[in-house]
Design a protein around this ligand. Structure first.
Ligand code: HEM
Length: 540
């Protein structure tokens, strides 16, 4: 009798599970939204892993249109590359979408700006935004410039010795030095010391992220997230993981800076997080930016709108963060600054190697516009062809496309599309940037398209979103742009970039949060007759 009862219960359980899964995976059909057929066990994960996210997004967009649904394991995601709907979600009705899609293995607390949601995110964003004001960025420019000079020196040696250079790893070292110095006053020496501990640990961290088998498991069984995270925390007590090392290093920086106190002559991200009331209102220039005012202001306006009163805005803005929150933000900035910027510069080198004539045009632009003046915050604003190249690199390689997500807090109807509460929305930027409806000959790298069009119109049309949009727009957008442009200018001044014997015509890419080259990016460098002058800077 007991056995029969057990068998009956097991069968009933299986039946209920099957019924639940069938109902769950039928969600998009009930919403009247097309999409690939999910399997009852893994949703569309098998396709996503076999073909890669980029290929799936493009194929599915072609087949199902600009709005379709898929299942990342158990999690439903609405992929949108329809500009008018993206505008609603990211900007007009952004108050309904202030949260992001949950990331497997994300901690429950102390998430850092990228993963935070709701009131916690608003408070952090208000507090951190002034760190990227025009005034602060101007102060960071000499640090970026010095890092680019070191890059040129390193590459000069390589140009003499090597026929083929992996530019990607060299660039990662540079972007780590830049974010470390600008945001935390860290004296990392990743460019000159391959064994620099920050570099080694960050590389190990990303290597582990690429290989993880736990993430797909959690996508299928998200209920296990808490358990797996708890287990990881226990293991980390005994095991020296890179995350643990990085957190401890950041903790030491925080303690050292706390000891220096609020009046230390340092204005960077750590100082701002530790002593917001001392640093926040010294600099009023953060809305007066060039180049991105539309997006930047809409972001700021929306954050302000989302705080109910000015007084609340003010109080929320200056309440200091706990050490654990500062550590989480610091990790976010360190990883974001390293991973995305390194990849984007690698794509720049890769494309330039294929377009020698473009390099000569860029050099001509530098000579005509800047001449013998230094490359600084002001002079890099005068280079439309460089802007066009940067925009085109980010069109073809929108490195952060798959992290541009939102989660709806309430059910809303936008035209024909109903978005229920709790639905995850992916801004399908990869497909959007390659959509022939918006781009002529979309697969071709053609910076000139940005010179004939009015690019500011393009940028406000929601057809171009490499940095996202609305209140959750990339906070490091202007930092990344300045860093990339300074580096690009110095490289073009100093080298001819050529394809090496082992260069690939098309790069293999992987998505590990950001979309990055799967392996080395090989190029050959030829030193030009004249180069850049190295300057020594005082670190702020
Ligand atoms: C070329 C380089 C970069 C690209 C393409 C990029 C792109 C992006 C994108 C697409 C998002 C999501 C925006 C959205 O959901 O609307 C984002 C968010 C973010 N980025 Fe960047 N990023 C870059 C560099 C940086 C740098 C250098 C930093 C730090 C200094 C940074 C820090 C962040 C942070 C903290 C967020 C989360 C913002 C929030 O949720 O409020 N990024 N980035």
């Amino acid at each position: 009798m007991l056995i029969e009862l057990c068998v009956f219960s097991a069968l009933a359980g299986l039946f209920l599970l099957k019924w639940h899964l069938e109902y769950h995976y039928d969600l998009f059909r009930r919403l009247g939204v097309g999409g690939p057929k999910p399997s009852l066990l893994t949703g569309n994960l098998r396709d996503l892993r076999a073909k890669g996210q980029f290929q799936c997004m493009q194929d599915w967009t072609k087949k199902y249109g600009k709005v379709f649904g898929f299942f990342e394991g158990y999690t439903p995601v609405l992929a949108v590359s329809e500009p008018s709907l993206l505008r609603e979600v990211m900007l007009k009705d952004s108050q309904n979408f202030l949260a992001r899609k949950h990331f497997p293995l994300a901690p429950k607390k102390s998430l850092g700006l990228f993963l935070e949601n709701g009131a916690q995110w608003k408070r952090s964003r208000n507090l951190l935004t002034p760190a990227f004001s025009t005034g602060k960025l101007k102060m960071m420019t000499p640090i970026m410039s010095e890092a680019a000079d070191i890059l040129v020196e390193r590459l000069t040696d390589r140009a003499k010795e090597e026929d083929s250079t992996d530019i990607y790893s060299v660039l990662q070292s540079m972007t780590l030095d830049v974010i470390g110095r600008c945001a935390f006053g860290l004296q990392t020496h990743a460019q000159v010391d391959k064994e620099d501990m920050f570099l080694v640990k960050i590389r190990n961290l990303f290597k582990a992220m690429t290989k993880t088998k736990i993430e797909p498991l959690l996508m299928v069984l998200p209920g296990l997230n808490g358990i797996v995270f708890g287990l990881k925390e226990i293991v980390s007590i005994f095991h020296a993981s890179p995350v643990k090392w990085l957190r401890q290093a950041m903790y030491q920086v925080i303690q050292a800076r706390r000891a220096l106190g609020p009046n230390a002559n340092v204005i960077d991200l750590v100082q701002l997080m530790l002593f917001p009331e001392k640093t926040r209102y010294k600099d009023h220039s953060h809305t007066a930016c060039t180049g991105f005012d539309d997006n930047e202001q809409s972001a700021e306006e929306n954050i302000s709108k989302s705080s109910s009163t000015n007084a609340e805005h003010h109080t929320i803005g200056v309440k200091p963060l706990a050490d654990i929150e500062i550590m989480a933000h610091s990790m976010t900035f360190l990883l974001a600054g390293y991973e995305t910027s390194g990849a984007v510069l690698a794509y720049f080198f890769h494309e330039l190697a294929k377009h020698p004539e473009l390099q000569e045009r860029l050099l001509e632009e530098i000579n005509d516009s800047i001449g013998k003046r230094d490359i600084d915050y002001e002079t890099i604003q005068e280079l439309p062809l460089f802007d066009a190249v940067f925009d085109e690199v980010l069109r073809l390689y929108p490195t952060a496309s798959f992290i541009t997500t939102r989660k709806a807090s309430e059910e809303r109807q936008y035209g024909d599309v109903k978005i229920p509460a709790g639905m995850n929305v992916l801004a399908n930027v990869w497909a959007l940037h390659r959509d022939p409806e918006f781009w002529d000959d979309p697969e071709t790298f053609n910076p000139d398209r940005w010179l004939v069009e009015q690019s500011f119109k393009r940028k406000s049309s929601f057809t171009y979103l490499p940095f996202g949009a609305g209140p959750r727009l990339c906070i490091g957008m202007r930092f990344a742009t300045i860093e990339a442009k300074i580096t690009m200018v110095k490289i073009v001044q100093s080298f001819q970039i050529q394809q090496a014997h082992d260069s690939k015509d098309e790069l293999d890419l992987i998505s590990r949060g950001a979309i990055v080259p799967d392996s080395d990016v090989k190029i050959k460098l030829k030193k030009r007759a004249t180069g850049t002058r190295r300057r020594t800077v005082r670190h702020c």
